[in-house]
Design a protein around this ligand. Structure first.
Ligand SMILES: [Zn+2]
Length: 435
């Protein structure tokens, strides 16, 4: 019976595929009317940071045709019929990348009220709320985000809605559920089982033992994950787990990373503790998120193995105060050591822990702890793009996607201007600023 059903579905699939092919061949056979190429748009500005060096170019211009950059620099030929947008005393930059966000939620001032409201909200309602977070994020200049953990598949829905053009938002790489041990940072809160809330399993990202860990990875990919996120250590925002202890065994971490890599997915590890970070690095992880308690020798190991640090300095004080304070003091020390070590630092903010749209403040925090301004701009463009595995964006150069922003003044003189993004173009379409 089971095999009959499977046969039925696979033959259905074959039929659908054949129909689609037929439709496509018809479309090809139709004589198509000549389509005029879209009119070029030229963005002019007093300055430009194109992402290929540490300096700004005076009198920058970017020529956009369709959704691509076709020319950029201080002296480019302006096509005769182009629409020229002169943005004045601003600096053009590549659209920014935030490698650590949660666009599907947001913590409020009152933790307990927020917790209750989240619990009672329908997934559809939460998804509609998430569209407002997506809008705030792109308006802040972030045209690509890596969404590292969500519930109810809202991240998948949001990504698809943006890709379909139903709503305006950043390009999203999503992780679906973060993968965690039972009782770990990704598991539900310790609400007594008698209250009727079911415990979570591999489909929800909660797993024990290497084989369940592999199943958890496969489930997330099945339902749309572009990237895998897992929880080697405890969290600052969860109630039942210590912040710095490893929560998965080495065998479990190896299984998660190996399985994800088999499927061509990169792996992000939420990690505050040093021991857990070391284990995640040994498992072959691509990035360590937060990293509050990481010691210099582990940072050195990360540098050697090319593992990125995503420091999320914006993740501010939550209600679980003692845990938060010790994590934040340690994190500042860790971050200064990371700069010294030369580990690759990708920009990420943990948006949702603070109100969406304030992502740009991370630049101020990064420079405040000694990272040079140009290095922070690279961390949110080329470095983050390399971590995400996307090479079609993040510089203002010929052939790249036309994701372009502008900030007033010069960010290399005053990094605070990164909090005041004045203009955003995504995929060749102006979504904020001059029309
Ligand atoms: Zn996070």
């Amino acid at each position: 019976m089971v095999s009959e059903v499977l046969c039925y579905f696979s033959s259905m699939r074959t039929t659908i595929a054949a129909a689609l092919l037929l439709a496509a061949s018809h479309a090809l056979a139709q004589p198509s009317a000549p389509v005029a190429p879209p009119k070029a748009i030229v963005l002019r500005a007093a300055r430009m940071f194109d992402g290929t060096s540490d300096s700004v170019i005076q009198h920058g211009a970017v020529v956009v045709q369709g959704n691509r950059i076709v020319a950029a620099g201080a002296s480019v030929a302006i096509p005769a019929d182009a629409q020229v947008i002169d943005l004045g005393d601003v600096t053009l930059l590549p659209g920014l990348i935030d490698a650590h966000v949660h666009l599907t939620e947001q913590s409020g001032e009152n933790y307990y009220l927020n917790y209750f409201q989240d619990l009672m909200r329908q997934p559809a309602e939460q998804a509609l709320l998430a569209t407002t977070f997506a809008r705030k994020t792109i308006d802040a200049g972030f045209t690509t985000v890596r969404n590292v953990g969500a519930s109810d598949y809202i991240d998948v829905g949001l990504r698809n809605a943006i890709n379909n053009g139903w709503i305006v938002g950043p390009r999203m790489l999503v992780a679906v559920h973060a993968i965690s041990a039972t009782g770990g940072h990704g598991d539900g809160d310790p609400i007594p089982p008698s209250k009727g809330i079911p415990s979570l399993g591999p489909i929800d990202g909660v797993c024990n033992g290497p084989s369940e860990c592999r199943a958890a990875v496969r489930y997330q990919i099945k339902y749309g994950a572009d990237v895998i996120k897992f929880m080697p250590s405890g969290g600052v925002l969860s109630l039942s787990d210590p912040v710095d202890a490893p929560e998965l065994s080495q065998e479990e971490m190896n299984a998660i990373v190996e399985e994800a890599h088999h499927w061509g997915r990169k792996v992000a590890a939420h990690c505050h503790g040093d021991a857990a970070a070391k284990m995640a690095v040994m498992a072959g992880v691509d990035s360590i998120e937060h990293g509050s308690f990481i010691k210099p020798d582990t940072l050195e190991l990360m540098r050697e193995k090319g593992v990125y640090l995503v420091p999320t300095l914006m993740a501010g004080p939550p209600p679980i105060a003692a845990k938060a304070k010790s994590a934040m003091a340690a994190r500042d020390i860790m971050f200064r050591a990371a700069i010294k070590t030369g580990v690759k630092i990708a920009f990420g903010t943990d948006a949702a822990v603070y109100p969406h749209g304030l992502n740009g403040h991370e630049f101020v925090l990064l420079t405040g702890l000694g990272m040079p301004p140009a290095a922070t701009l690279h961390s949110a463009t080329t470095v983050a793009a390399a971590l995400l595995g996307v090479d079609d964006r993040a510089t203002l150069t010929t052939g790249k996607l036309a994701d372009i922003i502008a900030v007033p003044g010069n960010p290399l003189d005053d990094i605070k201007v990164m909090e005041r993004v004045a203009f955003v173009m995504k995929d060749g379409v102006v979504v904020k600023g001059a029309k």
